[in-house]
Design a protein around this ligand. Structure first.
Ligand SMILES: [Zn+2]
Length: 270
């Protein structure tokens, strides 16, 4: 459509390891010889995705969050071919500059949605390719990755705040239409998470130690404020782990504390 065939693509700059971003580029690379670039922080996830026990680890993460029923209904991942998940041609770091001939893109690491998420900034034309870090219509999921790590929401909020310290640019997201101001959307996302943190704190209060699954069930979901029980198993799993991420961030702010047992994690208002 723009006068080039897929074979003409020489480099894929991939913002993060998720299947709707990385694996097709990796597969095309195996056919055409193009290069793939991926943030160094995704090494552990890329390895974890292809490990044989990935589904059992996802089930265990749900059990730890008190979601036994969701763990029981967890459907195994469809992984595709092994070359879909090959290591990239290059692991890139924060500040890495990519020379495109007529312009240079700057890599900015934005951990949060995934640990190794990167965005690509073109300062000369004030454009940012934000991947899933900043999306115009929805909030990217935080807290459900191929390996579960501490405090992904704290990382995500810091990565959003970092963008506000940089010059504003036009926003080119991975999903949805471009927007004129990255800063405007970042501010909305920060406000959204502050209000979700307040709602999560309120849902954790007054009921004694509760699991992320139990607290997620006291919250409403999506912009239409659906009940937790109206969500399908996949969305309920994301919601449970997103609630865990908010609870971990509240622990970091000393508003909630974790009361773990061998079988599951529970949280109580401090
Ligand atoms: Zn993603």
């Amino acid at each position: 459509m723009i006068g080039h065939a897929v074979q003409d693509v020489r480099r894929f700059l991939v913002t993060h390891v998720h299947g709707d971003h990385y694996s097709l580029a990796s597969r095309v690379r195996s056919i055409t010889g193009a290069e793939t670039y991926l943030g160094e922080g995704e090494r552990q996830s890329l390895r974890a995705i292809t490990e044989a026990d990935i589904d059992e680890r996802m089930r265990q993460a749900l059990r730890d969050a008190g979601a036994q029923t969701l763990a029981d209904s967890w459907e195994p991942h469809e992984l595709g071919t092994p070359d879909s998940w090959a290591d990239p041609s290059a692991w890139i770091k924060d500040g890495h500059e990519i020379d495109l001939g007529n312009r240079t893109l700057l890599t900015v690491t934005t951990p949060g949605h995934t640990l190794g998420h990167c965005i690509f900034v073109d300062p000369s034309t004030a454009l940012t390719f934000t991947g899933d870090h900043v999306l115009p219509r929805i909030t990217p999921s935080v807290g459900f990755e191929a390996f579960i790590r501490d405090n992904p929401l704290r990382d995500y909020i810091r990565s959003l705040q970092r963008l506000l310290t940089r010059p504003d640019t036009r926003l080119l997201p991975a999903h949805g239409d471009p927007c004129d101001s990255t800063h405007a959307r970042v501010s909305e996302l920060l406000a959204h998470h502050e209000s979700r943190l307040a709602e999560t704190l309120a849902a954790a209060a007054g009921a004694g130690p509760s699991t992320p699954f139990e607290i997620a069930a006291r919250l409403t979901w999506t912009r239409r404020r659906r009940s937790f029980t109206a969500l399908g198993p996949n969305d309920a799993s994301l919601a449970t782990m997103e609630t865990r991420a908010h609870l971990e961030a509240l622990c970091d702010r000393l508003l909630v504390h974790k009361v773990s047992t061998d079988a599951r994690d529970a949280y109580a208002v401090a």
